[in-house]
Design a protein around this ligand. Structure first.
Ligand code: PMV
Length: 329
């Protein structure tokens, strides 16, 4: 009863920021993302009668405070499989955790796929995204390869709120997402509590919901027809609308640091000069710069020359989550 899965992080082009059902993790709106090759988490799960308790080890450290309720998710999977054994979970991530690079997305996708397989559950990919969603919403998209859409769904049981790939990893191999690491500090406000505060207090939330469907249509069509300008510009505007919600939340949520703004201003200036690039930012200070392959090298050189940029990781559209035979223990 042991299985290992590998999953990549994903970066949203149309963001998810707000739930309509917190227990089932049902979103207020649909979202679209790119699964990022190279930002991956590998997780091994074993259920065994020999374990006296559940243990979770992430990047060589035993989990002390289960802020994301990993054990609640394991309990759900045990319930579905009708098993009672305790679990040992070992996970390794190759990029900074909890700083806005979607580590919970790759983490929950790998965890769910490995735990479901170890527990003997046989799930379709759609069912796996529904189960993953109940651990972390954005993680449902990391199950899918290339570009993924998470459908908002309408039913109260969440069965139609699932993710699917809208274009495979080889559809648009020249699309690049350059993650710029500006800080490795753990974020102060979790996305879970931050988005709940936003829905409850931002006066602009209705405005967000009014335009998000249009962004989804533009980006879905832009991906299908490989219209980089439409995808980049709409993703950038969608990101700024989400951060406008954060800035109008009580108490205020500010994920940006000076280096975040430094990159934004340079991206806008480089675009003016004819170098086509766009930015997006999630629940943390890091900036991800979108460009096409032909401009990747020039942009990476420029970004690395900025004072606040510690490191860049250029990602192309990547694989969906997959089982692996090489276990971590
Ligand atoms: O699924 P969570 O709780 O990690 O929230 C993700 C929120 C954002 O990363 C800011 C947006 C998104 O759609 O990924």
């Amino acid at each position: 009863m042991k299985a290992t899965a590998v999953a990549n992080a994903n970066i949203a082009l149309v963001k998810y920021w707000g739930k309509r059902d917190a227990r089932l993790i049902l979103p207020q709106n649909g979202s679209i993302s790119m699964t990022c090759d190279g930002l991956s988490t590998k997780t091994t799960v074993e259920f065994s009668g020999e374990y006296r308790k559940d243990t979770v080890i992430i990047n060589d450290e035993e989990l002390q405070r289960d802020e994301k309720d990993i054990l609640g998710h394991i309990e759900k999977i045990r319930g579905l499989a009708a098993i009672s054994h305790h679990a040992k979970i070992v996970s390794e991530t190759n990029f900074p955790v909890a700083a806005g690079l979607a580590s919970s997305a790759s983490g929950f996708a790998a965890l769910t796929m490995a735990a479901a397989a170890a527990a003997g559950l046989e799930l379709s990919q759609k069912e796996l995204t529904v189960l993953t969603r109940q651990g972390s919403g954005s993680a449902s998209r990391s199950i899918c390869e290339g570009f993924a859409e998470w459908h908002k769904g309408n039913s109260s049981d969440g069965s139609d709120s699932y993710a699917e790939s809208i274009a495979g990893r080889d559809h648009w191999p020249g699309f690049r997402m350059i993650a710029c690491i500006v800080s490795e500090a753990k974020k102060k406000v979790s996305s879970r509590s931050g988005m709940a505060q936003t829905v409850a207090t931002s006066p602009y939330y209705d405005g967000w919901l009014k335009t998000v469907e249009q962004d989804i249509g533009t980006i879905r069509n832009g991906i299908k027809s490989k219209n980089f300008s439409a995808v980049g510009l709409t993703a950038e505007q969608n990101c700024l609308k989400m951060h406008a919600l954060m800035l109008t939340t009580k108490p205020v949520i500010v994920y940006w640091i000076p280096a975040t703004v430094e990159i934004i201003q340079h991206v806008l200036a480089w675009r003016e000069e004819g170098l086509e690039c766009y930015f997006t930012i999630d629940g943390g200070p890091q900036v991800k710069v979108m460009c096409l392959q032909e401009n990747e090298k020039e942009l990476q050189d420029k970004l690395l020359r900025l004072e606040g940029v510690k490191k860049t990781i250029a990602c192309r559209p990547g694989d969906g989550a997959a089982l692996s035979n090489s276990h971590l223990f």
